[in-house]
Write a protein that binds this ligand. Structure first.
Ligand SMILES: [Zn+2]
Length: 191
């Protein structure tokens, strides 16, 4: 595949992904986040390596990491997008260890919608409502991130697996509504 083809395919992937996430964000009542989701993917720092390492069936970031050991694109992306748990990693004051802060609910929910959309994009017609949950539990990040955040994401994705997308989006919207009226709201862990 030549550069021009990879350029347009990547552009199409980003646009399609953003549109999918936007639709789901809107049905949960998250309008601003729906419009702003992943806008940094159009910046040259993210767009150029993504075209170079375009894969089609998985993220170009994985390929960039394979080749260089790290991804310039990812470092730029996770530093600007609060829907990634890595945005919330910091060093504890006066200590040497890193801590993963728990994600605020609106970004956690955006991250769930992001995972559903990414799963649809990469699995194409093999996608099922169970896939985002199964993939998340198999992933290394599940074991790395903040325990509360991991369990909440798992819980929301399990709801999707058990109840299907339509019902899940209604459930997410209700939870988001509760969160907006009471910012101390947290999910009760089932997983
Ligand atoms: Zn993102």
């Amino acid at each position: 595949m030549n550069t021009v083809q990879r350029f347009f395919r990547h552009l199409h992937t980003v646009n399609t992904h953003r549109f999918l996430v936007m639709k789901m964000c809107f049905s949960c009542g998250m309008y601003k986040q729906g419009l702003m989701h992943d806008l940094s993917k159009y910046s040259p720092t993210e767009f150029i390596p993504s075209v170079r390492y375009y894969q089609g069936n998985r993220s170009p970031i994985s390929k960039e990491k394979e080749v260089n050991g790290y991804s310039q694109c990812w470092l730029h992306h996770k530093g600007r997008n609060r829907h990634h748990w890595e945005y919330w990693v910091d060093r504890e004051n006066g200590k040497t260890n890193l801590i993963c802060l728990p994600m605020p609910f609106e970004y956690l929910l955006e991250s769930v919608l992001d995972r559903i959309s990414a799963s649809k994009t990469y699995n194409k017609d093999k996608y099922t409502d169970a896939e985002p949950y199964e993939f998340f539990l198999r992933s290394k990040e599940y074991h790395t991130m903040n325990r509360k955040t991991a369990s909440e994401i798992a819980q929301l994705l399990l709801y999707l697996k058990e109840n299907g997308e339509k019902k899940a989006l209604r459930h997410y919207r209700d939870l988001y509504k509760q969160y907006r009226t009471d910012k101390s709201f947290t999910l009760e862990s089932r997983v």
